[in-house]
Design a protein around this ligand. Structure first.
Ligand SMILES: [Zn+2]
Length: 253
């Protein structure tokens, strides 16, 4: 039994295929809390399917005047919402609106600190600002916790966020030839801080690369971890499931 700790799905057929493949726990991440109705309805309808509320960094400019800390908190109160996010900093695509991204990310940190819900972080090419914002957040909210989802950065950055108590999440990228450096990060990471995900519909793992990704393919990422950790697939399944529930405590087994 596997968990997909970060996907974006709107189709119940995709969900059923995941269940059939043995992927039984899913976090269907919100990336625009004004448009999260489908994910919320699916989470209400299916056991072990959860959702989150947040504004993806790509969507920040439209929402800066509209979505405040209290709006995020209010949307997070539903029983099926187990995390704040996805949110964060993307300086690859959003290099011309960094200030706005930081402002919106700060609101999510506040919402996470105030609700106690973990923060699900999108991060790309913003290492210094990410670490300093998380450190600031931890000063104000010592219990702040969360995950860098779809981790694609360096060993040094991984060490910094792990030292701050955060988790890192492996996507299909670790199955790519070009993902070998990232795979090395997961090989050396403490096993109790690693999650697995698809980020579907993007980033399908090998041998499905280029196709539409689905949660059922999370098993390919788990197989890669089993290989580099030198443990069985079953152990990876157990470890990553336990890690998921340790982080997202509002999700009940
Ligand atoms: Zn995502």
């Amino acid at each position: 039994m596997f968990v997909d700790s970060h996907c974006h799905i709107e189709d119940e057929e995709v969900l059923k295929r995941a269940f059939d493949a043995g992927v039984r726990v899913l976090l269907n991440a919100g990336n625009d809390l004004d448009e999260n109705d489908i994910a919320l309805e699916m989470a209400k309808k299916y056991k072990n399917v959860w959702t989150s509320v947040g504004i993806h960094p790509d969507n920040v400019l439209d929402k800066l005047d509209k979505i405040k800390v209290d709006d995020i908190i209010k949307a997070s109160l539903d029983d099926n919402v187990v995390a704040i996010g996805e949110c964060g900093l993307d300086y690859h695509y959003g290099s011309d609106f960094k200030d706005e991204q930081r402002e919106m990310f700060l609101r999510h940190i506040e919402a996470s600190g105030k609700t106690g819900l973990p923060i699900m972080i999108h991060h790309r090419e913003a290492e210094n600002d990410m670490v300093s914002m998380l450190k600031e957040g931890l000063k104000k909210y010592p219990n702040l916790k969360g995950v860098i989802h779809c981790f694609t950065s360096t060993f040094e950055f991984a060490k910094e966020v792990l030292d701050l108590g955060f988790y890192i999440s492996a996507s299909g990228i670790i199955t790519f030839k070009s993902g070998s450096d990232i795979l090395e990060v997961f090989k050396g990471a403490p096993k109790d801080r690693v999650l697995i995900e698809t980020d579907s519909p993007y980033l399908a793992p090998v041998p499905f690369r280029g196709k539409i990704n689905e949660p059922k393919y999370v098993i390919k990422t788990a197989e890669k971890l089993a290989e580099v950790w030198g443990v069985s697939l079953k152990e990876v399944s157990n470890i990553t499931m336990n890690n998921f529930y340790n982080l997202y405590q509002k999700a009940k087994r």
